[in-house]
Each structure stands twice: as structure tokens, then as C-alpha cells.
Write a protein that binds this ligand. Structure first.
Ligand SMILES: *Cc1c(COP(=O)(O)O)cnc(C)c1O
Length: 368
């Protein structure tokens, strides 16, 4: 079945990825829809995801690090690529040679880029990050008002800001950030502006106005995770994960399972031991203990709850209700029955962390 008998196999549905990009693009047709492919394209694979998204029509990509920009550039030779984490000291030559643009987030970064542009004589474009309330990267409003109108010494290609609370639609911060960003971008009215991540893209507007501006930057939603809890998701699942059954065993009522004996069986049980664990990004917090259920796997349409703590390389699941499960079978950990956000909830985290933790030991298949 598999050449090196991996304990898990990931299936990445590039068709669903493209459909999700089209769905997001259509929400605000007057605003360009970029694609965020940082962190190995949220775990699914930079090269494959970037190629698929470019084929779907994405023309602008965002990564976090220069090395990610290199991978994205190889996959999309003609795309516009921005590096969100800004300019590491001394990185101008590398970024220019890759034809990628830093998102400059401080006066120091802007001065280093301006000096490079002056010395090289090239027309190297860059984005400017404006902090409208995230308090992470970006010029604060006073710095922006002092610096932007006088000219920066190079061509600002894009004004960027980032929403901190858009995944909670009732929060007032999103409208406050939108209004401040609209005000600051009027300092450079001819420069395109970009505010929305996935949640902003899905919200589309606040009471005060549109969140789309000229360019949107969805990430996690492309990969099938719905960042706004409690809303129906228009997105298709992109990631499937199946785990190999290493052995099946019977265990008595009262037996305690796994490290720490954290869970005592309340009935005679049949357990399947899956060949994956927290070393594969199945976060340990998704284990089960007495009175506190954890994540679930599926055998066909039968739910098989995790039993006991998650080990580094193994997980026990209860297959008492799926008696045909046998050694060598594959159970669903992510798929039709368990979405990325379901597994995240069971692990006390968010879809982002599940996706970006997906293991390096899995066999990967890309389907389209
Ligand atoms: C990661 C990131 C995004 C994408 O955010 P999602 O919530 O994954 O859509 C957009 N903009 C910036 C600045 C980011 O860091």
C-alpha cells in the first residue's frame, strides 16, 4: 500500500483549495483576493498550494519569511510576493534577487530599504505595515502621519494593516481598525491598501464600511478552517488524514489505558492502536481522561473516541462499536466526519495550530 509504511497518510485536496479561493474571491469582487501561503502553506505544502492557487487565479501571495518567499517564487514565477515579517537586517539583496517585496513594519526597516534602493538605483517596491490596533508589527499612527506624506525614498506598493479580533464579529475593535486604516491610507490615496485576513474577508464589512479595500489576504480559510466560530462555513475541507491501525486488542472493564493510567474503561472494550501521536501534530491535549472526552477518529461512519493520553507515536481509540476494524485498516482522523476545526476544538486550540502542526512523517498525496 505504501512504500515506507507511514503511520498516517495525508490527502491534500487541491481542487477544494482552489474552490475555497474562488469562494473567498467572490465575497468582495471589487477587491483583489491574494493568498497567504506562510508556514508551508499552513502545513499543506508551499509549492503545491502556490501552484494550485495561481492556477485558480491568485496573483498576489504573502509569506512570513524570506525562505518561504523563495519556495513561493519557484512555484509562481510571475506572482507578486510579499514577506509579512518584514526585513531582517541585511536581507535587501536576497529579497530583491527573488523579486519579492518586504512588508516594512518599522522606521528602521524603511530606512534600510530606502538606502538599498538609493544605492542600487533599482525600482524596488515594498509594502508598508501600519499598526491600527494589533500592537505587533507596523508604524503606529503618529509615525505613519509623520513619515508617509514626505515620501519614503522608494515606491510604496501597498499599505497593509492586520485585524486583531475579526474572528469575533461582535467585537468593536474591527470597525475601529477599519476606520483608522481608512484615515491613514488617505495619506497615500493612490497606494493600494490591504486590511482583511480570512475573518475580515468572511465578514466583508462592519457597521462603518467595507473591509475589503483593494486587496484581501485570506490564509486559514483557504485550507478549509472557518475562523469565525458559530457561523456556517462556505469552505470545503482541504486536508484529510487517515491513521493506520497497528493492532487491535480487547481490554477488560476497569483496565486503565496508556501513560498515567488516565482513563479507566467503563465497559469491556475493543481498542485499536493507531500509529500516530503528538510527534505527528495530534496535539496531546486531544487525549481523553476519566470524565473528559478527547478527540475522535472514525471507522466508516462509526465514531471511535480516543482513549487515554496521546503518546508520541501512538493513540488508542475505542472500536467496540466498530467490530470489523482490524490490523492494517485506516481510520479517519480528519475527513468527512472530523473537520480541522473539530479536531482543534477537541484539542483546546484553533484550526491554525492543527494545520501548521501536521506531521512531517505522514505520507502525502495531492489530489485535484
Ligand atoms: C497570517 C496573516 C494573514 C492571514 O490570516 P488568516 O487568519 O490565516 O486568514 C493575513 N495577514 C497577516 C499580516 C498575517 O500575519
Amino acid at each position: 500500500m505504501t512504500s515506507d509504511f507511514a503511520g498516517g497518510r495525508l490527502t491534500i485536496d487541491l481542487g477544494a483549495l482552489k474552490d475555497n479561493w474562488r469562494t473567498l474571491a467572490a465575497i468582495s469582487p471589487d477587491s483583489e483576493c491574494a493568498a497567504v501561503v506562510k508556514a508551508n502553506a499552513y502545513g499543506v505544502g508551499t509549492a503545491e498550494a502556490t501552484r494550485a492557487l495561481a492556477a485558480a487565479g491568485a496573483k498576489t501571495f504573502f509569506v512570513a519569511h524570506p525562505a518561504e518567499a523563495r519556495a513561493a517564487r519557484e512555484a509562481a514565477p510571475d506572482a507578486v510576493i510579499y514577506v509579512l515579517n518584514g526585513l531582517p537586517p541585511g536581507a535587501c539583496d536576497l529579497l530583491a534577487s527573488l523579486r519579492v517585496r518586504p512588508v516594512l513594519g518599522s522606521r528602521e526597516e524603511i530606512e534600510e530599504w530606502a538606502a538599498f534602493v538609493r544605492a542600487s538605483g533599482a525600482d524596488e517596491a515594498a509594502a508598508i505595515h501600519l499598526d491600527t490596533g494589533m500592537v505587533r508589527l507596523g508604524l503606529d499612527p503618529d509615525e505613519a502621519r509623520a513619515m508617509l506624506p514626505g515620501g519614503l525614498g522608494f515606491r510604496p506598493a501597498l499599505l497593509v494593516s492586520h485585524l486583531s479580533c475579526a474572528d469575533e464579529p461582535e467585537r468593536p475593535e474591527t470597525e475601529a481598525q477599519r476606520a483608522l486604516f481608512a484615515d491613514l491610507r488617505s495619506l497615500l490615496p493612490d497606494t493600494p491598501a490591504s486590511l482583511s485576513n480570512s475573518a475580515g474577508t468572511l465578514l466583508a464589512k462592519t457597521s462603518g464600511g467595507d473591509l475589503g479595500f483593494d486587496l484581501r489576504r485570506p490564509g486559514v480559510s483557504l485550507y478549509g478552517s472557518m475562523p469565525i466560530e458559530g457561523r456556517a462555513s462556505p469552505l470545503k475541507p482541504v486536508v484529510g488524514l487517515q491513521a493506520r491501525v497497528t493492532q487491535v486488542r480487547d481490554a477488560d472493564q476497569g483496565a486503565v489505558v496508556g501513560y498515567g493510567g488516565a482513563e479507566r474503561l467503563t465497559r469491556p472494550s475493543r481498542l485499536a492502536i493507531l500509529s500516530l501521536g503528538y510527534a505527528d501534530g495530534i496535539l496531546r491535549a486531544g487525549g481523553s481522561e476519566d470524565g473528559q472526552p478527547g478527540a475522535v477518529a472514525y471507522a466508516g461512519d462509526v465514531s471511535c473516541p480516543f482513549v487515554g493520553r496521546i503518546s508520541m507515536d501512538l493513540i488508542a481509540v475505542d472500536v467496540t462499536d466498530a467490530p470489523s476494524v482490524k490490523r492494517g485498516d485506516w481510520l479517519e482522523v480528519l475527513g468527512a466526519n472530523v473537520g480541522v476545526d473539530d479536531l482543534a476544538r477537541a484539542c483546546g486550540t484553533i484550526g491554525y495550530e492543527v494545520l501548521t502542526s501536521l506531521g512531517r512523517r505522514f505520507e502525502r498525496a495531492f489530489v485535484d
